[in-house]
Ligand binder design. Structure first.
Ligand SMILES: Nc1ncnc2c1ncn2[C@@H]1O[C@H](COP(=O)(O)OP(=O)(O)OP(=O)(O)O)[C@@H](O)[C@H]1O
Ligand SMILES: [Mg+2]
Length: 226
């Protein structure tokens, strides 16, 4: 039996704003496994980011439970959730990924500094992450001195420098051309197949399907396995 890294069990997310009640995610049960790149497809407003946010412990479900390595997250404090996010999960977002005044290398080193990793250990680990995404020559570049695809690759390096078992990516290829998209997706795929990470990628883009091991569809808050 494969053991999931994250499990969503009969979890839903409902937002109430004045008289408006929005079911962002209907009751969902889903396991996320190591070594698997899972695509989360669906139209705008369907609940993809909500699902990813539950998996990433950024929000708690309205009902049901989310487990990270068997730990039920609804029982945890904000501080404990922050610790899970920092040590168990790497995040890659569509925009505002990198810290503007920090160069590529310092962006990558940031999560290690937050984990209080000794400086002597930070150097080789940040160097290795930078090499993994093939951008050793861009260490000193500020984000604005990198192309969109290069920025996404630095964001991937920053997400994996802490060696988290799970990587969550929200539209990581939205602004990329075909070549940059191929590079980014090949790197994400490698993290699943060669390093055994659980990689979840939210997208509108059906071109990403060939890189995935599994596709789930979200429509009007309802998740189906394709
Ligand atoms: N914090 C919030 N407060 C109120 N409503 C929200 C909140 N977050 C999301 N929603 C609503 O929940 C629904 C699902 O939103 P979600 O962000 O998950 O969609 P999405 O599939 O990621 O869309 P997109 O592809 O446009 O990013 C939408 O109707 C949205 O308006
Ligand atoms: Mg979204």
């Amino acid at each position: 039996m494969r053991k999931p890294i994250a499990s969503v069990e009969k979890a839903s997310k409902i937002y109430t704003m004045a008289e408006n009640v929005v079911t962002a995610l209907d009751t969902t049960t889903l396991n996320v496994y190591p070594g698997e790149l899972m695509l989360i497809l669906g139209p705008s407003g369907s609940g993809k980011t909500t699902l990813l946010s539950l998996l990433g412990c950024m929000i708690k479900p309205t009902a049901g439970e989310v487990f990270i390595n068997d730990i039920p997250i609804t029982t945890l404090s904000e501080k404990e959730l922050a610790k899970i996010r920092l040590f168990q999960i790497g995040f890659v977002f569509q925009q505002f990924n990198l810290i503007a005044p920090l160069n590529a290398w310092d962006n990558i080193a940031l999560p290690l500094r937050m984990q209080n990793v000794p400086e002597a250990e930070i150097k080789p680990r940040a160097d290795k992450a930078l090499a993994f995404v093939g951008l050793r020559d861009k260490a000193k570049n500020l984000p604005k001195q990198l192309s969109g695809g290069q920025q996404q690759r630095i964001a991937i390096a920053r997400a994996l420098v802490t060696n988290p078992p799970m990587l969550l990516c929200d539209e990581p290829t939205a602004s990329l051309d075909h070549q940059a998209l191929t590079t980014v997706m090949e790197q994400l795929q490698k993290l699943a197949t060669e390093q055994g990470k659980a990689v979840c990628v939210v997208t509108h883009d059906p071109r990403l399907k060939p890189y995935s091991h599994r596709v789930i569809q979200v429509e009007s808050g309802i998740v189906t396995e394709l």
